[in-house]
Design a protein around this ligand. Structure first.
Ligand code: 5U1
Length: 689
């Protein structure tokens, strides 16, 4: 330590010295994370954690401006370019955005802005998703793409023209009445599906995976070899015009975006004009609700003052415009610690290792458990009890452990090994050859499997016994009244009366819904048996192509494999199920208590299946009836009906109020049919509605 520093510190109170030290530590941490994020494309902490550190530093510096230095991470726009790509100077600097994290902060932003532009707070904004990718600037001269550059530090970026030219929705030549000069900015992204495929490929090749889609987009765009970038399904959405010559635009930012589209550039889906705080918050909630279903990652909303003259009046601060703000979503990733790894046993006996975590807030919810999937995943991620880990909770998906925080392990930690005996019933645990899952061999004798199986058996898609819920099943199991599924049909009112929360009305309700469920359909019954790999559409295919239960029970694995969409493994599982003496008894027992269905409508396999090999998705509400009903028309013609849109979808049938599936279909370029077009399609194949 130098003498002058000593003197300086002697003049500070102990409290100020502490603050100064905290500021220094925060800067060091942020510099390190900045380097990993921008230079190495390999962040070690989630974005939410970075934001937290950044805001802690910013708040301390605001309270103690005497400690602000020119080199503080708060004083710069982004990271300087580092690779061997040529550099580019941005004539108009590439900005970043200030963030808010709550409605209150947003309200303050609007209040401040209203004062700056001397208007009331009913300000018109253009609201759009904050895309989680890499910011890029595209320059078009006489309609021709002449340069693409990364943001870098906002003034100097990297020349990535060779890579931008490989992005399918970046036009090399503008369309229509394009201007003499256009510099446009936006975000390059790798959609979620492309990210998953890329990481699978990295794993297969033994290479390091990307931490998130944004890093993979950055890594892809900063390749020296454009043929590598060309293999990545990147997309670019434009969000602002930086330079323009030779065209007149209106005063509205929203209309600028429409104009960009006319010139052949893509803009973010779901852009809306909104007014005031309420308009912003409604839009925020709508997009947050559909976040998990979107094809690409977004991390918040951007609101921009729509009137460009007023934008000029509001002006800029060092790194960001005063007329725009990013409203960040609650972070979906956070750091926690693994306190234990326990093993859960599912309906089919599959063992799932579950991490018990130090309770941690993720996406607005306290998370204490996260799935570790299976032994292979634990080994691949090298996750151990005691590790600090990054966890993720996205939408309604079960929280999962993504990875260990790099360099966080201190000391020797024991590796996890799956138990050799079931932790619930002590039956032998086996691992099917070539499969990742370990299984308990106890079958329905295992209390865990039995409980899960009964919950499944009564569920809506199976026997649909709505009067029997989880609580009642637990009580019946404890009372040893349920051993095999047919026992449900042997229950008498007096056996239920007196159980917790089972008054006369609930008992009657339970018994009636059990009795009602006896009349079912064969696909539902097969589904309810819980044969591994057999979902409702496989059960429907079995009935359509093989016949009644007796035919299915007697079918060989080879015959089952001839059913569309039934592969080798599923055929073997079905055949093994019906060959097992234990399962035969379960099925016979169910038949003996009176479960029945209408005679199966076996389809003639030779009959014409004009839509065989095609896959449709149905969304929104249809005037012709339920989506199930609409799906059955398609299935009759040999088509498959799926629940989610992908690149393999033939077409999306979109009824009224279609939401995120429609957005995804448009994004993926999947054909969309409205109800009238759908009815016409059916009519072409002789199906009248
Ligand atoms: N969607 C969107 N993201 N984003 C980032 N719009 C947008 N605008 C930006 C930035 C940095 O800057 C403009 C306000 C100039």
């Amino acid at each position: 330590m130098t003498a002058s520093k000593n003197t300086e510190e002697q003049q500070l109170t102990p409290q100020l010295t502490d603050i100064k030290n905290t500021i220094t530590e925060l800067r060091e941490a942020l510099n390190l994370h900045n380097h990993r994020y921008h230079v190495l494309d390999d962040p070690s902490i989630p974005d939410g954690e970075y934001d937290r550190l950044y805001h802690e530093l910013k708040a301390l510096e605001q309270a103690h401006p005497q400690f602000i230095t020119e080199t503080s991470p708060t004083q710069r726009v982004g990271a300087a370019p580092v690779s061997s790509l040529p550099t580019v100077t941005h004539v108009v600097p590439m900005l970043s955005l200030d963030n808010v994290f709550s409605e209150q902060e947003l309200a303050k932003f609007i209040e401040r802005l209203a004062k700056l532009i001397e208007r009331d707070e009913n300000i018109a904004f253009t609201a759009e998703s904050k895309l989680d990718g890499l910011a890029i600037s595209l320059r078009y001269e006489n309609g021709v793409l002449v340069r693409a550059a990364t943001r870098g530090d906002g003034v100097t970026g990297e020349d990535v023209t060779h890579n931008a030219k490989t992005i399918r929705n970046v036009p090399l030549q503008l369309r229509g009445d394009y201007p003499a000069l256009l510099e446009v900015r936006g975000e390059v992204l790798l959609p979620k599906a492309g990210f998953a495929a890329l990481n699978q490929q990295m794993r297969d090749e033994g290479k390091k995976e990307y931490a998130n889609p944004r890093n993979s987009a950055a890594g892809s765009m900063r390749q020296l070899d454009a043929s590598i970038t060309a293999t990545r399904p990147l997309v670019m959405y434009c969000y602002t015009i930086a330079e323009l010559e030779g065209a007149e635009l209106s005063q509205s930012h929203y209309e600028d975006l429409q104009q960009l589209q006319n010139w052949g550039l893509s803009i973010s889906p779901n852009i809306q004009q909104v007014v005031g705080l309420q308009g912003c918050m409604d839009y925020y909630q709508e997009i947050l609700d559909s976040r998990a279903a979107l094809p690409h990652e977004i991390d918040g909303i951007v609101y921009k003052l729509d009137d460009k003259t007023l934008q000029q009046q509001a002006g800029f601060v060092a790194r960001a415009p005063r007329w725009a703000i990013a409203h960040k979503f609650p972070a979906e990733e956070a750091i926690s610690t693994i306190e234990a790894i326990e093993v859960q046993v599912g309906r089919t006996g599959k063992l799932t290792p579950v991490a018990r975590l130090t309770p941690t807030m993720v996406a607005g919810v306290t998370v204490s458990n996260a799935t570790l999937h299976n032994q292979d995943e634990i080994d691949r991620k090298d996750v151990r009890v005691g590790d600090q880990v990054i966890i993720r909770r996205a939408g309604d998906v079960i929280p999962e452990v993504l990875r260990v925080v790099p360099d966080s392990r201190t000391g020797d930690l024991a590796a996890f090994i799956m138990p050799e005996k079931c932790p619930i019933c002590e039956s032998v645990v086996v691992r099917d050859e070539g499969m990742s899952a370990h299984r308990c061999t106890g079958g329905i004798q295992c209390p865990a499997q039995r409980r899960e199986y009964f919950k499944y058996f009564v569920s809506r898609k199976a026997m649909d016994i709505d009067g029997v819920g989880e609580k009642l099943i637990d009580q019946l199991l404890v009372a040893e009244l349920l051993k095999t599924p047919a026992d449900l049909y042997r229950l008498q009112p007096e056996m239920l009366l007196g159980l917790e929360r089972m008054g006369e009305k609930s008992v009657q309700n339970a018994i009636e819904s059990i009795q009602r469920s006896k009349s079912t359909t064969l696909p539902r019954f097969i589904f309810a048996l819980g044969i591994s790999e057999v979902g409702i559409s496989t059960a429907e295919a079995l009935v359509a192509h093989v016949g009644d239960l007796e035919d299915i029970r007697a079918a060989s694995a080879e015959a089952l494999e001839r059913v569309p969409d039934i592969g080798h493994i599923t055929a073997a599982k079905i055949q093994q199920y019906f060959a097992s003496a234990v399962q035969q008894e379960i099925v016979n027992d169910l038949l003996s208590v009176g479960i029945h269905w209408p005679a199966a409508e076996k389809q003639d396999l030779e009959a014409e299946q004009p839509l065989a090999g095609k896959t449709y998705v149905i969304t929104g509400s249809l005037a012709l009836g339920s989506r199930d009903q609409a799906g059955s028309y398609l299935k009759k013609l040999g088509a498959k009906v799926s629940g989610s849109v992908s690149g393999k979808t033939t077409a999306l049938i979109a009824g009224e109020a279609a939401g995120s599936k429609l957005t995804k279909a448009i994004d993926l370029g999947v054909e969309v049919l409205d109800e009238a077009e759908f009815i016409k399609l059916l009519a072409e194949y002789g199906v009248g509605i």
